[in-house]
Design a protein around this ligand. Structure first.
Ligand SMILES: NC(=O)C[C@H](N)C(=O)O
Length: 336
């Protein structure tokens, strides 16, 4: 087998952390030393790899859109030299970063796999060894060239994934789209398209941090709570509604949403349910939202919708165009 070469962008996360008095913290150079001491990463069947450690390394709770931009630029700067890319990342916001990268990296013809672990690589029973080893192997020899997330022996579409378990190894789910691939005794390709790496030029669509509100509806929510979230400088609001996209029929709330839409604020409806999709035609309570200018987010995850809004708002498109694109499939993030 031809030995491939993979670039690891190491941003931080538990995988390279060490215990401290304040709890786990990332420590510069520590993960590289752990990896050096693990002979399985040097086996002939494995690809060669280069680790680029970000400075400072961060807990992914500290990730923001500027970091997404740095990761995308790092991949672009090394794009020609490597066969595939692994982004080592904390699990807390991994699904957000995977979603954001999926929109930012245009014409992607090489695999980008985001992974990390729940227990540091240096500790007993760490899942970091399996996650990283498999990610490197898949990036090299099963090049699904899209932004993916690998965890617990499953390769998921990045913008379909969500962190669903706080402390289990099976930390990620893809509630509305089957896995791209499963790594059992055999590697089973499910929905992923494994193709040889192409040579199309990678483009980055930059993301600028955007003021976006997110509100989860609950029985008794007051109109003021929603009204305050629609104040300047908010450009979009993600409404996490009930079931297939239903909300209480408060006249004042509907008027507020209508007025926000008229001002060009994009209000997108996602379901609080993990599985299934929004259908505002199902009930009068959902229909009222559609009439007030609220757009359906279909079966997108909150992470994908937030990243997609950042991506579209960063392009300075008219709000009507953004509303149309939100409902369209751009990177496989929504079922049409
Ligand atoms: N398992 C982890 O990586 C959690 C950590 N707090 C992070 O997201 O960086």
């Amino acid at each position: 087998m031809n030995r491939k070469s993979i670039y690891i962008a190491y941003t931080g996360g538990t995988i390279g952390m060490q215990r401290s008095e304040r709890g786990y913290v990332p420590v510069a150079g520590f993960m590289r030393d752990c990896l050096e001491a693990m002979p399985e990463f040097k086996r002939d069947e494995m690809p060669e790899f280069t680790v680029h450690e970000f400075s400072p390394l961060i807990d992914s709770a500290d990730m923001d859109p500027q970091h997404w931009q740095l990761i995308a630029e790092d991949i672009q700067a090394n794009y020609e030299k490597y066969d595939g890319f692994v982004v080592l990342h904390g699990t807390d916001t991994m699904a957000y970063t995977a979603s954001a990268l999926s929109f930012m990296l245009e014409n992607l013809s090489k695999p980008v796999i985001v992974t990390g672990s729940q227990i540091p690589l240096s500790e007993l029973r760490s899942d970091g060894q399996t996650n990283l080893l498999n990610s490197l192997y898949l990036a090299a020899y099963y090049p699904v060239h899209e932004v993916c997330l690998f965890f617990n022996n499953k390769l998921l579409r990045g913008n379909r994934s969500t962190k669903a378990h706080a402390d289990g190894f099976d930390a990620f789910m893809s509630p509305n789209f089957p896995p791209l691939l499963k790594a059992g005794i055999d590697i089973e390709v499910i929905t992923g398209q494994v193709r040889p790496t192409g040579i199309s030029a990678l483009q980055i669509s930059p993301i600028v941090p955007q003021p976006i509100g997110v509100v989860s509806l609950y029985p008794g929510i007051s109109t003021e709570v929603i009204g305050n979230l629609l104040l300047q400088p908010v450009k979009a609001l993600i409404l996490l509604s009930y079931g297939v996209g239903n909300a209480p029929q408060h006249q004042s709330m509907l008027e507020q949403l209508q007025e926000a839409s008229d001002r060009g604020i994009i209000v997108i409806n996602l379901s609080q349910c993990l599985t299934g999709k929004v259908n505002m035609g199902g009930y009068a309570t959902g229909n009222a939202l559609a009439k007030a200018g609220v757009v359906s987010g279909g079966d997108m995850t909150t992470e994908a919708a937030l990243a997609k809004l950042h991506y579209l708002l960063s392009k300075n498109l008219p709000s009507q165009r953004i509303r149309e694109l939100l409902c369209q499939d751009i990177r496989g993030e929504i079922s049409i």
